[in-house]
Structure formats: C-alpha cells, structure tokens
Design a protein around this ligand. Structure first.
Ligand code: BES
Ligand code: MN
Ligand code: ZN
Length: 497
C-alpha cells in the first residue's frame, strides 16, 4: 500500500472512495459537513432516511453523490463525538479496510485524521491508521498453496489535511506508521512460522539478511562453540536436548554518534518450547512455536529503526535455542554455571526462558548500555495477572520503567508495572546452588523477573513479559507483532533526548 498526504478541498478530489466520519445521532464530521454542503445536503438527506445514525462500527457505502468528485463515499460510524476512544477509532479503520476489501475502488481518500480519538492529534490518527492498514494487509500464507486472499483493490490511501503546512508532518506520520506496521508484520511472520522452519539457525540467517539490507546494521552470530568459550552454560543447557543448534544473535544498528552508549533489546528466542524433560501437557502445545516472539519483536523493532534511520545506537541480542526432551537433555536437579559465574539448579526445565536470557544479559554488559530492555514470553502467570491486553513490566530503574510505560501509552501498546523486591527474590533459594530457576507457584512473573535481576545489576534494566500479548489463540490464532510499537516509540523517545 502507498500512503500519501494532501491538502485542499475534499469535495473536489478525484478518488475511488472518499472516507468520512459520522458521529452519533447523525452528526457530521467537519469533512462530511463540507461534502454535505457541496452536494446540497445529500448526506443529511440520506442519513435522515435512517440507514445509519453514526453509532460505532456502522458503515454505509454511497455511490455517485452529485456535486462531489469522488466515485464513492464511505461513511463510518464513530459513536459519541465527545468520547471518541482509541478502540472506536481503530474499529472504524478496520471497518474501512473490510469494506474496501470487497469494493472496486482503486484508491482511497481518507479524512479520518480530522477525527482523532480523545487526547490524540491528527498526526497520531494518521500514524495509527497507516500502522493498522499495514498490519491488516498481513497474511500468513508462506506455508499455504493459495496466497493473498481477500486483499483490497485499492493500492493507495491519501490522507486529507487542512493546510499545506500540515502536509509534511502528515507525511512523517505516514512514514512512522508504515515502519511500525512493517516491523510488526516482520515480527508476526517470524512468530507464525512453525518450529520446524523457524529454528535458531533460521533466526540467525534472517538476522544476517536484515544486516545486508541496511548499511547502518551489522550482524554477528555466535555458534555453540563460541558460546562455550564465553562460558554460557545456562543458555547452552536449554538446547542440550535438541538436534537444532543454539545461536546467540547480535545485531548492531549505528545511527548515533560513535561514542554514544547504545540502548539494548534482548529478546527470548526459544523457537519451540516443549518444556523439556519437565514436559508440557499436549493440549495447545503447538502454540509454543510462539516462544520466540520476544526475539521477533527485536527483529521488527530493529527493522523499523533502520528504515526510519533514527539517530541512535541500538543493539539487539537474541539468545536462540529449542527446548526439547532427549537422552542428554537437562534434567530437573541438574546444576549449571552461567556466564556470570553464578550457578543455577534447574528444578524445572520448562522455566527455560530465564536460562537463555541470563547469559544474554551478562553478554550485554560489554556494550556499556544506556539501557537494556528484555522482551520475553516468559510466564503463564503473566496471562493470569494481566490477561491478553497489557504487557507485564518490571525493572531496576524507575526512570527507564516510566519511559517504557510512557512509550506504551503513546504507541497504544501498553505495559503495566508489577513490583520487584527482596521478599520475592528469596523464593529463588536453592539448597544446592546459588539459585533455583523457579520460585514456587506464587507471583510467578515476579520471581522470573527476580531471577533476571540477578544478572542485570550493572546497568539500567526493564523486563517486558509478553506471554499474554504476543499472540492470539483460538480462531484468530497468530502472532500480534506486539510490543514492536512500544519498543520503536521507546527508541524514538531516547533518540530525541
Ligand atoms: N514459554 C513459557 C511461558 C508461557 C506459557 C507463555 C504459556 C505463554 C503461555 C515458559 O517457558 C514457561 O514454560 N514458563 C513456565 C514457568 C514455570 C515452570 C515456573 C510457566 O509459566 O508455566
Ligand atoms: Mn517453558
Ligand atoms: Zn518458554
């Protein structure tokens, strides 16, 4: 899809489909009012017939309205004007997309920028609409014989803005929305790929491909031998039971000053999580192919940041492994030594995310990071705590945590903070090693973060548990592309500081 921005008179623009918002009780948006006047009250007359009253979710396609250059007019219900929420706005964009998918319209002129949700401005509305359309275009058809079903005819969406001075900021909003949408789609594609294709080595290859696409991006991958040399006994222990080799993927984007400290993103890349010897139950186990969605969000964010050429230094680190049971797999009770030197008693081989992350987090120290955020589908407990709506967030630095919270709000990809504390850390006591890898049934998301906190003492760190938000189950099963919007926003904010 191509996204453009234009100013001028809405009613005299040539377009296949002009999209206008209508509020509840048949109140016309400003753009709709102009068009209504140009058509000598046609919109008011049609609405008066009772086909649409502006309730959220409604839509009405009109053809050949006199006095207007557009071939079609699509009216979208936006609900109550005083309380237009982000949800209703997003639903309206989805409705627009759905209607366009069965319309002959070749291009679209969209005025929804003028009906931004409460607390947001026009450019946010444009950015969000572009992000949404771009992600609505995503189809996972890599493994299907029939491709590209149900896509709209239209190949171009133009957003109307009031004056010529609004065009440039509108274009920036499109550019950002496009980079966000594409970043999410990359994360979704990697997430949706099955475990037999998306292996640690496959992820490493994809990283190298990404590195070739952007001149500011260099990619290095460490194989098992290299990790052994570094003493990454914890990361390596997760892959012992798998025929798939583990990898540590390091992607460095240099858009900032030579000596500027980089921000780091560390994404859990367990390409399939059977639980290992502490085997998971069979029902729904297929969804554990999504256990590398933290890694996928790092790929998506780096791609977006590189496309936007943000003036910042950013490093993405992905510890990638497959967690399988086998004759030489790690067993409950086994004690391993992490790169940090701390020893870990593996009481449950299904708590493997923290085991791959801890060595990556120790490796992170060498970059002298300005901040480190790890992203992981880490605990089922996080779904119990927060459901599928907000990411779990914990950290050792109030300022970084607050910046992550703010970035999530700005990008409408929200996180919610959970506490850390000594009392939780005590749950990780082991009789035989420096720590156990599980902390009992209570506060499972917090004790997992507490485990990671033992490896992040040397820098400012935040942890995102995306177990509930990285993918959808049921009929719409598939990766969501979250938290790419939050992460890109966070990097944008740091680049501006
Ligand atoms: N990948 C899972 C977490 C998960 C489970 C995410 C379900 C989404 C849905 C992780 O590796 C895991 O198995 N965690 C265990 C930890 C437990 C053994 C302490 C869990 O949450 O049950
Ligand atoms: Mn697990
Ligand atoms: Zn896992």
């Amino acid at each position: 899809m191509e996204y453009l921005v234009k100013s001028g008179k809405t009613e005299s623009q040539q377009t296949g489909c002009l999209v206008l918002g209508v509020f509840e009780k048949r109140r016309l948006s400003e753009a709709a009012k102009q068009v209504d006047t140009a058509s000598k009250g046609q919109l008011t007359a049609i609405l008066g017939k009772g086909d649409m009253d502006g309730a959220a979710g409604q839509s009405l396609m009109l053809q050949e309205i006199p006095g207007v250059s557009a071939e079609r007019i699509l009216l979208l219900g936006l609900g109550k004007e005083k309380s237009l929420t982000e949800r209703v706005y997003r639903e309206a964009v989805q409705t627009m997309f759905r209607v366009l998918s069965t319309s002959g319209a070749r291009d679209v002129l969209c005025t929804l920028g003028e009906t931004a949700p409460k607390g947001r401005d026009r450019n946010w509305a444009i950015r969000d609409a572009v992000q949404q359309v771009e992600t609505l275009l995503y189809r996972f058809d890599t493994c299907k014989s029939k491709k590209g079903n149900g896509l709209p005819n239209a190949k171009k969406i133009t957003f109307m803005v009031p004056t010529a001075a609004d065009v440039a900021p509108g274009r920036d909003a499109c550019k950002l929305g496009l980079a966000l949408g594409r970043g999410m789609n990359l994360a979704r594609e990697l997430g949706d790929l099955p475990g037999n294709i998306c292996t640690p080595v496959y992820l490493a290859e994809q990283a190298k491909k990404l590195g070739k696409r952007f001149k500011g991006l260099t990619v290095e991958t460490l194989d098992e031998k290299a990790m052994e040399k570094l003493g990454m006994g914890s990361l390596l222990s997760v892959g012992y039971g798998s025929r798939q080799e583990s990898r540590l993927i390091v992607m460095q984007y240099k858009g900032g000053g030579k000596s500027a400290e980089p921000h780091l993103l560390v994404g859990k890349g367990v390409t399939f999580d059977t639980g290992g010897v502490s085997l998971k139950p069979g029902a729904g186990m297929d969804e554990m192919k999504f256990d590398m969605c933290g890694a996928a969000s790092v790929f998506g964010t780096i791609q977006a940041v590189a496309e936007l050429e943000l003036p910042i230094n950013l490093v993405g680190i992905v510890p990638a492994a497959e967690n399988m049971p086998d004759g030489i797999a790690t067993k409950p009770g086994d004690i391993i030594t992490s790169m940090s030197g701390q020893t870990i008693e593996v009481l449950n081989t299904d708590a493997e995310g923290r085991l791959v992350l801890c060595d990556a987090l120790t490796y992170a120290e060498r970059f002298k990071p300005a901040s480190v955020i790890d992203i992981a589908t880490l605990t089922g407990a996080c779904i119990i705590a927060l459901g599928h709506h907000k990411h779990g967030l914990m950290g050792n630095n109030t300022s970084v945590v607050n910046k992550v919270l703010a970035a999530g709000r700005m990008a409408a990809d929200e996180a919610w903070q959970l506490p850390l504390g000594e009392e939780y850390d005590e749950q990780l006591k082991s009789n035989f090693a420096d720590m156990a890898n599980i902390g009992g049934r209570s506060a499972g998301s917090i004790t997992a973060a507490q485990f990671l906190a033992r490896f992040t003492g040397k820098y400012k760190w935040a942890h995102l548990d995306i177990a509930g938000t990285a993918w959808r189950t049921g009929e719409k099963k598939g990766a969501t592309g979250r938290p790419v919007p939050l992460l890109v926003q966070y990097i944008i904010d740091q680049a501006g500081d």
